[in-house]
Design a protein around this ligand. Structure first.
Ligand code: EPZ
Length: 417
């Protein structure tokens, strides 16, 4: 097993490139199942989750070739409609094959994902939406067995603006007969890219990025050719890396429109942030001002930035409160930050953070993807050495993060445990 070692205290300086967005690349890869022929997706990040998605596509019978960040997927010869438990349990986004397989082949057998570190994360809203489109859904032996003669458009109102549910239903409705309306749909930039990609394949989707999306079903779709948008969560993580080390960093391809909530909170915390060239310049404050945040769906403060922001608040001059409203168990990083000297108290879905003058490096353990990033950020600012184990969590969603941080002056490296 590998660990990451950090000698903290270096103000980061220089320029960093943001990679393609994991949470956009994944639905795009699965959208290629909707069309015969060869699709091409570029700017795909090198990540464990991408490798898992490619493994699933190959198990279904697609031919996949990758060269650098460019993936060619030929979905002509799909020979299976099953996503196995072994695969789905390693990456829950595998459930995004449900919509495409049902829409194109009229059947799908997908393992229920089960819970994960940050919460139960059911897919009931995905299944309710697919049933509304006419799919017959049977749950047995831990699998979703979905069948349909032909999906028919319907009006679907999500109880919660689920990102994955919106993505599954967009892909299913694209080939359904008639019109589908998704109400209370997710509005994330990754949803917008998926809708644009589907439209470039011949779909008729309007309203993506708003809470109401209209989809006119079509008979068939053409292969996809697109470039993955920059990863706003990776960009946000580097913004906090600059802020927490009182650094000065230019983050190429950081898109301010996708980060308004985070940017305004970082400015409130004392950072200076302004557009420069093709990205954003972030200058960290000497003193961090405490700021309360409450996570919510886009365009609110992203839950995927909550752990990273908490690392910043551990150094604030005062007390801040962080409320997590999207997932029920997304404070796994708290006890690890406490090992580094953070003063944090959990009260239900809220954490109260009393800033300390200096955190101290310690051996800590990653528990999930964004918690890993939070520990790296705390280690960058802490005195002496931090060692982070179980970094396979980190490799799911951050491409070459220690190389990128080293290039900004951080003393960070990977070694065997
Ligand atoms: C996507 O997960 C992201 N993953 C997550 O990023 C992100 O945290 C999340 O959206 C919220 O923004 C990918 O895009 C691959 P949801 P998803 O469906 O689609 C509940 C990361 O760190 N819910 O919007 O699973 C659910 O339990 C990952 O990159 C239901 O109850 O998120 C959760 O509490 C972590 N029933 C909330 O909604 C459902 O059918 C949000 O889930 C679906 C969801």
């Amino acid at each position: 097993m590998e660990k990451i070692v950090i000698k903290g205290g270096v103000p980061l300086a220089g320029e960093v490139q943001v990679s393609g967005a994991k949470n956009s690349a994944l639905p795009l890869l699965f959208a290629t199942l909707l069309a015969k022929g060869e699709s091409e997706i570029s700017n795909v990040p090198v990540l464990r989750d991408i490798n898992t998605a490619v493994k699933l596509l190959r198990e279904l019978g697609a031919e996949v070739e990758a060269e650098g960040g460019c993936y060619r997927i030929d979905s002509d010869k799909i020979k299976s409609i099953e996503a196995s438990y072994d695969l789905v349990k390693t990456m829950r986004a595998s459930v995004l094959v449900l919509g495409p397989l049902l829409a194109r082949f009229g059947q799908a057998r997908v393992s229920l994902p089960g819970g994960c570190a940050i919460g139960a994360r059911p897919i009931n809203l995905h299944l309710k939406g697919l049933e509304a489109l006419g799919a017959k859904i049977v749950l047995e032996h831990g699998y979703v067995e979905a069948t349909t003669d032909r999906l028919r458009g319907a009006k679907i109102c999500f109880d919660f603006p689920t990102v994955g549910g919106t993505e599954n239903l967009l892909m299913a409705a694209a080939l359904a007969e008639g019109e589908t309306v998704l109400e209370n749909a997710a509005r994330e930039p990754e949803i917008v890219q998926l809708a644009e990609a589907l439209n470039s394949m011949g779909a008729k989707i309007a309203g993506a990025g708003t809470a109401v999306i209209h989809i006119q079903g079509v008979e068939s779709l053409n292969p996809l050719k697109c470039r993955v948008i920059p990863d706003r969560i990776e960009a946000g993580t580097f913004m906090i890396a600059a802020a927490i080390t009182a650094g000065n960093v230019l983050i190429h391809h950081a898109v301010s429109e996708d980060q308004e909530a985070l940017i305004s909170k970082l400015i409130e915390a004392g950072a200076t942030i302004h557009p420069e060239g093709d990205g954003l310049r972030v200058i960290g404050p000497k003193q961090v001002t405490p700021v309360d945040i409450r996570t919510s769906v886009f365009p609110g403060f992203p839950t995927d930035m909550q752990a990273q922001f908490m690392a910043l608040m551990t150094r604030a001059e005062g007390t801040s409160q962080i409320s997590e409203t999207v997932f029920e168990n997304r404070f796994m990083h708290v006890c690890e930050l406490q090992r580094m000297g953070a003063d944090i108290r959990i009260d239900g879905h809220s954490a109260i953070i009393r800033g300390v003058r200096q955190m101290t490096g310690a051996p800590v353990m990653a528990t999930d993807l964004r918690a890993s990033a939070s520990l790296i950020l705390a280690g960058l600012a802490a005195e002496n050495t931090t060692e982070i184990s179980r970094i396979y969590h980190l490799d799911r969603g951050y491409e070459k993060i220690e190389q990128k941080l080293s290039a900004l002056g951080a003393k960070i490296w990977r070694e065997q445990e």
